[in-house]
Design a protein around this ligand. Structure first.
Ligand code: AMP
Length: 489
C-alpha cells in the first residue's frame, strides 16, 4: 500500500516523497485514517514503528488545509529533548512544502528562542513538560487555540515523574481539541491518563512488547573481566560503523568508551553532565558515521533515532526485560536489519530467563571462535571495576556483574540467532545518569587487563575527538524544571 489512499494534501504528500517513504508502516496504516477523521487515538506503539509520521502527517494535513497565522494549533508533549528534536525534525521534513512551522521547547538550552516561538504563535509546539510549564507560567505562549494534542511516549513521561506537569498543561488546552496518546506499555497510571484525556478513542496497536522482527538476538556468556576484550574483538570482526553499546552506569559508559577508543575506531559516550550541545554533537557524529561506537546508559540513549544502527550491544544486561526491548529498539528500525548482542555472566541468568519470556523464545548462546575465554581475572583491577565486580554501586549502578574470584566456564551451546519483532518499552530503571561527556582518545587505560586481541585500525580521521570531548566547565546540576531528558537522566 502506498500513501495515496490517505488522500493527504498534495503538499504533505510531496514531503512524504521527499523524505523517501514509499509505503506506510503498520501503525501509519492503522492510525492515519482515524486521526484524519478527527478521532481521538490511543496508539500502543513503540519507537521505531513510524509512530511520529502517524501523527505528524494528519496534523500537517489539517493545518495546511486551513491555514491560520500566529496561532499555535498543535502541541506535542514528549518526555525527552532528543525525542522532541526528532519530532520537530520530522515535522520539518514531512512538512517542508507546507509552510507549517514547528518549534521545540525543552530545558538545558536558552529560553529566548523558545519564548519568541511561543509568543509568535508557531503552528506546532513540540515540548518537554517542565520547560513548557515554566514558560507558560511566565505568561509566554497561548495554548487556548490548540486543535490537536499529542502525548508521545506517555509511559516514559510517567516513569520520569512528568504526569503532574502534563496534567497542568492539559488544563490550559481547550476541551474540544483532538487528542492522541502514544505509549509502548499501559501501566495503570497511563490508563487513568487515557481516561482523563481521550474521548471515545480508537485504539491502534502494533507489535506491543515485542522487539523488531528484523533484529537477530544473541547471548555471549563471558566472565565480567573479559567483556571489554570480547567487545573489542567483536567490533574488529564486525567492522561495523554504527554500534550502540549499553552499560548499566554512566561511569562505566565513560570508562568503556575511553578504553575502546583508538586504533582507528572512534568511540564516544553519552551520559551525565554533558551540555546539550556536546550531546548533540556526539549524536550527530554517530549519525554521520564519524563516531563508530556510541556507549550509552539507558536513560541517555532514550530517543536516539539512528536508522542504521547495525548492532546493539548490551555490555551489561538491562535492569528489566522491558529495558531490553527498549535498548534493542534502537536497531532493526524501519526495515533495516540489526543484531542485538548481550554479554551475560552467571549472575544474569534470571534476567536472561525474563528476557526470553518476553521474546517468547530462547536466545542463541554464542561462543566467539578464537577468543581466549580462559584469561584469568587480573590481580589488579581499577577501583571502579573492583566495586562493580563486588556487586557494588559504581557510578550509580544497582546490580553487580560477576563476582570476582576464579573464572568460571561460560555457559555455552547455541543455535542460529532468533528473529523476533521491535520496539520500545519502559526504560530500565536506575543506572543512568544524566547524559554526559564523550570519551577522549584513551591513550592510557590504567586497567592492567590482558590484551587478547589488538584492534585493527579501521580508518583514520573523523570528528570523534570533538564529539567525544567532555565538558567539565559546563558541568552543573540542573533542576528538574530545566526540562527534558537533561532533568532526569
Ligand atoms: P519513529 O517510530 O517515528 O521514531 O520512526 C522510526 C524510523 O522509521 C524513523 O527513522 C523514520 O524516519 C522511519 N520511518 C517512519 N515511517 C516510515 C515509512 N513509512 N517508511 C520508511 N521509514 C519510515
Amino acid at each position: 500500500m502506498s500513501f495515496e489512499p490517505f488522500a493527504l494534501h498534495a503538499r504533505v504528500l510531496s514531503g512524504v516523497r521527499a523524505i523517501g517513504y514509499t509505503d506506510p508502516t503498520p501503525i501509519q496504516t492503522q492510525a492515519i485514517p482515524h486521526v484524519m477523521a478527527g478521532r481521538d487515538v490511543l496508539g500502543l506503539a513503540q519507537t521505531g514503528t513510524g509512530k511520529t509520521a502517524a501523527f505528524a502527517l494528519p496534523i500537517l494535513d489539517r493545518l495546511v488545509r486551513d491555514p491560520k497565522r500566529g496561532v499555535t494549533r498543535a502541541l506535542v508533549v514528549a518526555p525527552t529533548r532528543e525525542l522532541a528534536e526528532q519530532i520537530h525534525q520530522a515535522f520539518g521534513e514531512l512538512g517542508q512544502a507546507t509552510g507549517i512551522k514547528s518549534a521545540t521547547v525543552y530545558g538545558g538550552v536558552g529560553m529566548n528562542p523558545q519564548i519568541q516561538a511561543l509568543n509568535r504563535g508557531v503552528d506546532v509546539v513540540v515540548a518537554c513538560p517542565g520547560r513548557l510549564l515554566d514558560l507558560l507560567s511566565q505568561g509566554h505562549g497561548d495554548l487556548s487555540r490548540v486543535e490537536v494534542l499529542v502525548l508521545d511516549e506517555a509511559d516514559h513521561m510517567f516513569d520520569m515523574g512528568f504526569l503532574p506537569d502534563v496534567r497542568r498543561i492539559l488544563r490550559q488546552l481547550p476541551r474540544g481539541r483532538q487528542s492522541l496518546l502514544f505509549s509502548a506499555t499501559m501501566p495503570e497510571a497511563i490508563r487513568h491518563l487515557v481516561d482523563e484525556t481521550l474521548t471515545d478513542p480508537v485504539t491502534v496497536a502494533v507489535d506491543r512488547g515485542a522487539p523488531a522482527e528484523t533484529v537477530a538476538h544473541a547471548l555471549y556468556p563471558v566472565e565480567a573481566h573479559l567483556k571489554t576484550d570480547l567487545l573489542r574483538e567483536l567490533l574488529r570482526r564486525w567492522d561495523a560503523r554504527r554500534v550502540l553499546v549499553f552499560t548499566r552506569t554512566k561511569h562505566r559508559a565513560k570508562r568503556l568508551a575511553e578504553k575502546l577508543d583508538g586504533g582507528g575506531l572512534f568511540v564516544s559516550s553519552i551520559q551525565g553532565n554533558l551540555s546539550q550541545r556536546r550531546r548533540q554533537e556526539a549524536l550527530d557524529g554517530f549519525r554521520r558515521g564519524d563516531v563508530h561506537v556510541l556507549v550509552a546508559t539507558d536513560i541517555a540513549a532514550r530517543g536516539i533515532d539512528v536508522a542504521e544502527v547495525s548492532h546493539v550491544v548490551n555490555y551489561d544486561v538491562p535492569d528489566t526485560e522491558e529495558g531490553y526491548t527498549h535498548r534493542i529498539g534502537r536497531t532493526g528500525r524501519a526495515r533495516h536489519e540489526g543484531d542485538a548482542v548481550t554479554f551475560v555472566t552467571r549472575d544474569d541468568a534470571d534476567m536472561v530467563r525474563r528476557i526470553e519470556k518476553v521474546l517468547g523464545e530462547r536466545i542463541a548462546r554464542e561462543r566467539l571462535e578464537g577468543f581466549d575465554y580462559d584469561v584469568p581475572l587480573p590481580a589488579r583491577l581499577d577501583a571502579d571495576e573492583r566495586r562493580f565486580q563486588r556487586g557494588g554501586i559504581a557510578g550509580g549502578g544497582q546490580r553487580g556483574g560477576a563476582r570476582g574470584g576464579q573464572p568460571r566456564p561460560p555457559v555455552g551451546g547455541g543455535r542460529a540467532p532468533a528473529r523476533a519483532s521491535a520496539g520500545d518499552a519502559r526504560p530500565a530503571g536506575p543506572g543512568g545518569g544524566r547524559p554526559s561527556g564523550g570519551s577522549r582518545p584513551s591513550g592510557g587505560a590504567s586497567h592492567p587487563r590482558p590484551q587478547v586481541v589488538a584492534p585493527t585500525p579501521q580508518h583514520a580521521g573523523g570528528g570523534a575527538g570533538e564529539a567525544g570531548a567532555g565538558d567539565r566547565s559546563r558541568r552543573r546540576r540542573r533542576g528538574r524544571r530545566s526540562g527534558g531528558a537533561g532533568a532526569r537522566d
